[in-house]
Write a protein that binds this ligand. Structure first.
Ligand SMILES: NC(=O)c1ccc[n+]([C@@H]2O[C@H](COP(=O)([O-])OP(=O)(O)OC[C@H]3O[C@@H](n4cnc5c(N)ncnc54)[C@H](OP(=O)(O)O)[C@@H]3O)[C@@H](O)[C@H]2O)c1
Length: 319
C-alpha cells in the first residue's frame, strides 16, 4: 500500500463491475476515495479495499445538482463509471449515459476538480444502437464541459463478475441450442477488467493523458469464436443456430420485457457494429499497458459451469 495521499477521488459507479476494480487500483495508489452511489450500503464492501476511512461511500441522487456539487467538493479527480445495458420505465439511456455525465462534468469544473476520467464504450461513435448513441453523446457532453477530460472506450470487458462470458457460459447449462445472432460474425476484442482499471488509475496518477483511448484486448474474436472458446472452457457444447437479424429482434422484443432481460432489441442492434478499435485513436500502447489474454483469466472463473467444477475433466464434463 502506498503512503496515503491528501487527494480525494470521486468515483461514480464504483459499486459496479468495472468501478470496484478502479476503486481498488486507486486505493492501492494511496488516494482517498469517495464512492458516489444511489445507495450507500451497496458501497460498504469497498471500504475493505483501503485502510480505515480511505474509501467512503457518499449517497447521492445523480439528478439532484446540489448532491453532485456536495459530492464533488474538495475532489482532485472524478472517475465516472455509470452505465446501464438496457432501459426500463425508470432507467433511461440518455439520462445515465449523457445527461448525468454532463451534470457531473459541469459541477466538477465549478468545484475546481482537476481531472475527469469517463468510461465510455468502444465503437460508440459508429454504433446505431441507443446504447451506443447515448454513450457517444455522453462523451461529447463531458469533453465539452470539462476540457482535457480522458475518455476510455473499452471493448466488452471480462473478469470474474462480468455479465458476458458468465451469461453465455450459464446459457450452456439450460439452453438446448445457442443463437448466432445475425450469423455470429460480429467481432470483439475482449479486454480484462484489471487492464481497464489500470488505464483509469493511470489517467488519475499521470499528467500525460488526454482525449480518447480505445481499450481492446490482444485478440479479435467473432461471437461464434467466443461461444466456441466458452465451450472449451466449460467442457460442454451446444448446437449454434443462426438467428437472422429480423428473427433475433422479434425474439428480443419478448425477452426485453423481462425484469432482467436476457436480450433486448437494442442489444441486437448493437451487434450489427464490430466492437473493435478504429485505428484512429490512442490505445493501451500509448499508456504502456500490455493487455491480458482471455485464455489467462476466463477459464478459472468459468470453472463453476463445468461438471465437476475446476477439477472436472473435459470428458467427464461433456458426459
Ligand atoms: N461491462 C462491460 O463489458 C462494458 C463494456 C464497455 C463499456 N462499459 C462501460 O463501463 C462502465 C461501467 O460498466 P459496468 O459493467 O461496471 O456497469 P454496471 O456494473 O452495470 O453499473 C455501473 C454503475 O451504474 C450505476 N447504475 C446502475 N443502474 C443505474 C440507474 N438506473 N441509474 C443510475 N445509475 C445506475 C450503478 O451505481 P450505483 O448503484 O452505485 O448508483 C452501478 O454501480 C459503463 O459506463 C459501461 O457503459 C462496460
Amino acid at each position: 500500500m502506498a503512503v496515503l495521499s491528501d487527494k480525494i477521488i470521486c468515483v461514480f459507479g464504483g459499486t459496479g463491475f468495472v468501478g470496484r476494480y478502479i476503486v481498488q487500483a486507486l486505493a492501492r495508489a494511496g488516494y482517498r476515495i469517495k464512492v458516489v452511489t444511489r445507495h450507500a450500503e451497496k458501497a460498504y464492501f469497498l471500504r475493505t479495499y483501503g485502510v480505515v476511512g480511505q474509501v467512503v461511500p457518499f449517497e447521492a441522487d445523480y439528478t439532484h445538482e446540489a448532491d453532485l456539487a456536495e459530492a464533488l467538493r474538495g475532489a482532485y479527480a472524478v472517475v465516472n463509471c455509470l452505465g446501464v445495458l438496457y432501459e426500463t420505465s425508470k432507467q433511461k439511456f440518455n439520462d445515465i449515459h449523457n445527461h448525468v455525465p454532463e451534470l457531473i462534468a459541469r459541477h466538477a469544473v465549478k468545484e475546481g476538480v482537476q481531472k475527469f476520467v469517463h468510461i465510455s464504450a468502444l465503437a460508440c461513435e459508429r454504433g446505431q444502437s441507443r446504447y451506443a448513441q447515448t454513450k457517444h453523446s455522453g462523451e461529447e457532453a463531458v469533453a465539452r464541459e470539462f476540457s482535457g477530460a480522458v475518455i476510455l472506450r473499452p471493448s466488452v470487458i471480462f473478469g470474474s463478475e462480468d455479465e458476458f462470458f458468465n451469461k453465455f457460459a450459464g446459457m450452456t447449462s439450460f439452453m438446448p441450442f445457442l443463437p448466432l445472432i445475425g450469423g455470429g460474425q460480429t467481432r470483439f476484442q475482449p479486454v480484462y477488467v484489471e487492464d481497464v482499471a489500470q488505464a483509469a488509475a493511470r489517467a488519475v496518477i499521470e499528467d500525460d493523458m488526454e482525449g480518447i483511448y480505445e481499450l481492446a484486448g490482444p485478440e479479435t474474436m467473432t461471437f461464434e469464436e467466443i461461444y466456441k472458446r466458452i465451450f472449451a472452457y466449460v467442457g460442454k457444447s451446444r448446437p449454434l443456430l443462426t438467428a437472422p437479424w429480423a428473427l433475433a429482434k422479434m425474439k428480443a422484443a419478448f425477452l426485453g420485457m423481462l425484469p432482467h432481460p436476457l436480450l433486448t432489441t437494442d442489444q441486437v442492434e448493437s451487434l450489427k457494429t464490430d466492437n473493435v478499435t478504429s485505428g484512429a485513436e490512442k490505445t493501451f500502447t500509448d499508456i504502456g499497458i500490455s493487455p491480458t489474454a482471455v485464455d489467462l483469466i476466463v477459464p478459472a472463473y468459468l470453472s463453476r459451469f463445468r461438471a465437476g467444477g475446476r477439477f472436472g475433466d473435459k470428458k467427464k464434463a461433456a458426459a
